[in-house]
Design a protein around this ligand. Structure first.
Ligand code: ZN
Length: 680
């Protein structure tokens, strides 16, 4: 529920004018964006501050880096049970095909493989739909027959001919496993979703299985089902736990191996304990150990180096029990952390002055800790497509009793901004005033929005006594409602003079710029990411359209947001910022009520009314206008490479390389970190 996937299209907005701050020396020649294909662009990021670490800290970072990458293939298998099979088959063709490696078919083949690497599987990372390969089965057969026959991933006793039979519907039949995650409430979500978190069980069976486990009186419930695949075999339903000695053991053993090395060079006792608890959990698979680890992790606010590693986010499970493997290894960005701390310090003030009902306010907003981090490497579900902000842990009671850590991925945000060069603002915003304002204040507005969404947004509000978690009450609407709630806290306060008073915002112009962006992005620009005819399926996108469209409707009588059509182009123009702020406040109050009371019907109504359906004509218009701008809607990243410098067995330094070829990195990763069996 917590991650901000590309939250505010930093890439859309910060375009060419990310002029502020950081020194530019040494960066003249750094190429931020290396290539584009399909709807994707590939970006690089730097690790400023790495050289300032001690050798011991660098060694620690290096071990965590290896721990992260060791688990990278797990997400392929989680996303779809045939993903590793397809990936390895295609990689063998890429490496060993002896025929002509040129022409449109070959080009389409390589793009298809790159899209699979980007999405960690054959379904779109954002839209969930299966890719159209863009070449025929006949061509594919030719590729297979002219590649190294001994290097294909064959099942015991099977031939390459069997492989072709098996793979044909997987790649070429659009109706087989069409969606990775289906969210249509009228269908059996498990039967109609291709993800690999369940096998042989119906939605009803899975819900009963976990429903029976949950004790409504348990104030500290474990995250039921978080780290396992639920299967039905011979009439028995049971969990295959992801742990050392269990499912995915081949990768997790290696991760643990590197974590144990990291423990030896931990920065301090607290961090050492945190890493030990993580290892304990990965070995036991016991979710009580996971909670214990998370509590320790939340309390470690002092260490410079940090690791998010494990089964974290549940977006990939239509029932929101199962979490995907991801890892983000980082170092703290001291300077930017100050801005976020200023907001965190005022958390109680924000809570007290919030427009939500008094009974939904927290008396003590505990443990809000926020910082800006510099990412060193990302793996699993966090790569190549990455969040730009995270707020963990996800267990509600831990958040309530122990607080949470909120993190903004500073160097990733910067790389997005540097990589982009489009004229989106000029295209989609109407008045010169708003264009100018966005160019001047957009970057800070975006940062503040992210900070507040994470630091005070997710942390705010409480659930009524006796009401189960939003995951249980709001079900498939829980994620979108939670993101809406966090966003509304942020936008509500973006026009508050308090932000000027505490020194994080020079004037309300910053807030106005962010208001313009929320409306225009929510109603129009973000549609560029969606295929014409499709609905919105992703929680953050639903939330953005819900907020903007609902606000437009609510302010219609008073012309708060005006729709203007000029030369066939549509624009949404905010005519009264104060009234819009008031509307955001009313929305927040209602969304918080829905969350606190667990009002499923109202959650459903709001999201289905405003957050799912797309105005077809407007969508087409956005796609047309966007395509003229020649920029891709999704970005993903090539990781830096860490290289230990050794004297004998001893690491005496760690060097960074910045690879610039996505394909090479993916091939290298496949060579070094292919730890899982093809068939699980
Ligand atoms: Zn969020």
């Amino acid at each position: 529920m917590i991650i901000l996937k590309n939250l505010l299209f930093i890439s859309f907005i910060l375009v060419t004018f990310f002029a502020c701050g950081k020194p530019k020396e040494q960066e003249e020649k750094f190429v931020w964006q290396t290539e584009e294909f399909a709807d994707l662009k590939i970006i690089r990021y730097q690790i400023p501050g790495f050289e300032d670490l001690t050798v011991k800290q660098k060694e620690l970072v290096y071990y965590l880096y290896e721990a992260a990458l060791s688990g990278r293939e797990i997400i392929y298998d989680q996303n779809y049970k045939h993903n590793l099979f397809v990936k390895r088959t295609l990689e063998n063709i890429l490496a060993t095909y002896t025929g002509e490696k040129s022409g449109q078919d070959w080009e389409n083949f390589t793009v298809y493989l790159k899209r699979i690497w980007f999405s960690n599987g054959i379904h779109h990372h954002y839209g969930n739909e299966k890719f159209d390969p863009g070449f025929s089965y006949e061509y594919f057969e030719k590729l297979v027959n002219n590649s190294d026959q001994n290097a294909f991933p064959l099942e015991e006793g099977k031939t390459v001919a069997d492989l072709l039979v098996k793979i044909k519907p997987i790649i070429f039949d659009p109706n087989v496993d069409r969606l990775r995650v289906n969210q249509d409430p009228n269908a059996d979500l498990l039967k109609t979703s291709a993800m690999n978190y369940y096998e042989g069980v119906t939605q009803k069976e899975a819900e009963e299985f976990y429903g029976k486990m949950a004790d409504p009186n348990d104030k500290t419930p474990i995250s039921y089902g978080l780290n396992s695949k639920l299967v039905k075999e011979n009439g028995t339903i049971y969990e295959k736990i992801w742990k050392v000695g269990g499912m995915y053991t081949q990768a997790l053993e290696k991760t643990v191996y590197w974590l144990e090395k990291a423990i030896d060079v931990a920065e301090n006792e607290i961090q050492k304990n945190v890493l030990e608890l993580l290892v304990k959990y990965l070995k036991s698979g016991d979710l009580k150990d996971w909670d214990e680890y998370n509590i320790a992790w939340v309390n470690d606010t002092q260490s410079t180096i940090d690791a998010v590693l494990g089964f974290i986010e549940n977006y990939g499970d239509p029932l929101s029990y199962k979490s995907s493997f991801e890892s983000i290894i980082s170092i703290k960005d001291m300077e930017a952390t100050k801005r976020i701390a200023a907001i965190g310090d005022m958390a109680q003030w924000f809570e007290d002055n919030s427009p939500i009902m008094d009974e939904h306010k927290k008396d003590n907003v505990t443990g809000i800790s926020a910082k800006v981090i510099t990412v060193v490497v990302e793996a699993g579900d966090a790569s190549p497509s990455t969040p730009i902000g995270i707020n963990l842990p996800n267990a509600n009671w831990i958040r309530k009793d122990h607080g949470s850590k909120s993190v903004n991925l500073g160097n990733i945000v910067r790389a997005y901004a540097e990589a982009d060069g489009g004229g989106l603002i000029d295209e989609f915003y109407f008045t010169n005033e708003s264009k100018q304002r966005l160019k001047e204040h957009g970057p800070l507005g975006g940062d503040l929005h992210t900070d507040m969404h994470e630091v005070i947004g997710h942390a705010s509000g409480k659930i009524n006594d006796g009401v189960p978690t939003p995951g249980e009450t709001l079900k498939n609407y829980a994620s979108a409602i939670e993101e809406t709630r966090a966003d509304l806290v942020a936008v509500y306060y973006l026009l508050d003079p308090k932000l000027i008073e505490i020194g994080v915002m020079p004037s309300l112009e910053v807030g106005k710029a962010e208001y313009d962006r929320n409306i225009v992005n929510g109603l129009m620009i973000q549609l560029a990411r969606v295929k014409l005819g499709d609905d919105l399926t992703q929680a953050h996108m639903k939330n953005r359209q819900l907020v903007a469209k609902w606000a437009y409707e609510m302010g219609k009588d008073e012309n708060v947001i005006e729709k203007i059509v000029e030369n066939g182009n549509s624009y949404f123009v905010i005519r009264d910022y104060d009234k819009l702020r008031n509307i955001f406040g009313q929305q927040l109050r209602e969304i918080q009520r829905i969350t606190s009371e667990g009002d499923f019907e109202k959650a459903k109504e709001l999201i289905e009314t405003y957050g799912v359906k797309i105005d077809r004509d407007l969508h087409k218009e956005v796609l047309d206008r966007y395509s003229k701008l020649n920029t891709k809607p999704y970005g993903g990243f090539i990781n830096p490479k860490l290289i230990p410098v050794k004297e004998g067995d001893k690491i005496i330094d760690v060097k960074i390389e910045y690879p610039d070829n996505f394909t090479e990195q993916m091939i290298n990763y496949s060579q070094e970190y292919s730890l899982l069996p093809t068939y699980n």
